[in-house]
Design a protein around this ligand. Structure first.
Ligand code: NAD
Length: 321
């Protein structure tokens, strides 16, 4: 069995590697070669923790396994990250555990890779201004992955807690991109691409604030009740997602579905665009919106890539099991 500990991941896998892995598995999902198993998430009644599994199988790559983990709100006091996850990969030919991989950084990288895939396929080619809503842990990974997809000239950012925006500003400076904190009216009026990555439970951005031709990557809503976008904005956009089943239950689409503004059939899986079955953006004026809910197959894809990289670089720890 191979072990790739959390502390190896940063030196092993790049955002570009993760983009390739996530794009590949979205394509496998569209071809019905890969599927996610039902998600388990439970309040365990200890340490205020939420714990669960995301799992699946990709018949193309033979990635089989699960990401196990959750949210321990009191971890910060112990000097640990609140979100903890570990990926377990199994040999699809014999069921033996093939690898255990630290999943904390990989979760941020695979989430950023998903929105980057959506920008790659759906944003206008001439997109110049990137709008960021949210400035928490995930936001800097989102920014770094997004700038690989278009030659952005400027970053505009908004966050409910403005004091958190300095971390995004630092990354923008490192990327040599002008950075401005703005209100939502200006962000919507000027941004060509908008990424939202917050833990909001109420709409942040309204349909009237978004101009034609914008691409939105909505990445924060991954649980029932969470919400970042006005349902009218979902209704006005052409909507894409990683997986329709999750979009309508725990994703941004849940609210527009509940209000009867859209139906399941209006939502396109991004894999269909990657494989060429759907043309993606149909005009420069269209608003495209990606509802990135986060699927287990993304975790398996990036963890498998990390294992291959660890093996090729000779850093994998191998144990008898
Ligand atoms: P974090 O706790 O580090 O940051 C939270 C962010 O949300 C901050 O910008 C904060 O200012 C903002 N925020 C908090 N309460 C808000 C409110 N009521 N209204 C508006 N903004 C509010 O969290 P993070 O690790 O950066 O994660 C952000 C979100 O992304 C979470 O909801 C998390 O569950 C989600 N997430 C999604 C995926 C996916 O695959 N889609 C993966 C990982 C995390």
């Amino acid at each position: 069995m191979i072990i790739v500990p959390e502390n190896q991941i940063a030196g092993l896998i790049t955002p570009a590697d993760c983009l390739v892995a996530v794009e590949g598995v979205f394509a496998s999902m569209a071809k019905k070669s890969a599927y996610n198993f039902p998600v388990i998430r439970e309040a365990i009644g200890h340490a205020d923790a939420l714990y669960g599994f995301k799992s699946g199988f990709d018949r193309d790559s033979l990635a089989l396994g699960l990401k196990s983990g959750g949210f321990w709100p009191n971890n910060v006091e112990k000097g640990l990250a609140n979100h903890q996850s570990t990926v377990f990969l199994f040999d699809a030919d014999n069921g033996r555990c093939r690898a255990v991989v630290g999943g904390n950084l990989l979760t941020a990288l695979r989430t950023a890779a998903a929105s980057a895939v959506s920008i790659k396929y759906l944003a206008r080619k001439d997109a110049k201004v990137l709008g960021m809503i949210g400035a928490g842990h995930q936001s800097t990974y989102q920014l770094r992955a997004a700038v690989e997809q278009r030659p952005f000239e400027k970053v505009l950012a908004w966050n409910l807690h403005p004091e958190m925006l300095s971390r995004l500003e630092e990354v923008a400076r490192e990327l040599e991109l002008p950075f401005e904190t703005v209100d939502l009216d200006r962000l919507g009026a000027e941004a060509d691409v908008i990424i939202s990555i917050t833990s909001s439970f109420a709409p942040i951005l309204k349909a009237s604030q978004v101009r034609p031709g914008t691409h939105l990557a909505c990445m924060g809503t991954d649980t029932k009740g969470k919400q970042e976008m006005d349902p009218e904005l979902i209704a006005a956009a052409t909507v894409f997602t990683d997986e329709v089943a999750q979009a309508v239950t725990i994703g941004e689409c849940q609210h527009a579905i509940d209000k009867g503004l859209i139906s399941k059939g209006d939502i396109v899986e991004i894999g269909a665009v990657i494989t060429g079955r759907h043309k993606g953006r149909s005009s420069p004026e269209e608003i495209t919106l990606f509802d990135g809910t986060g699927v287990g197959l993304q975790d398996l894809a990036v963890a498998s890539a990390a294992v291959e990289l660890a093996l090729s670089k000779g850093t994998a720890i191998e144990v008898d099991f």
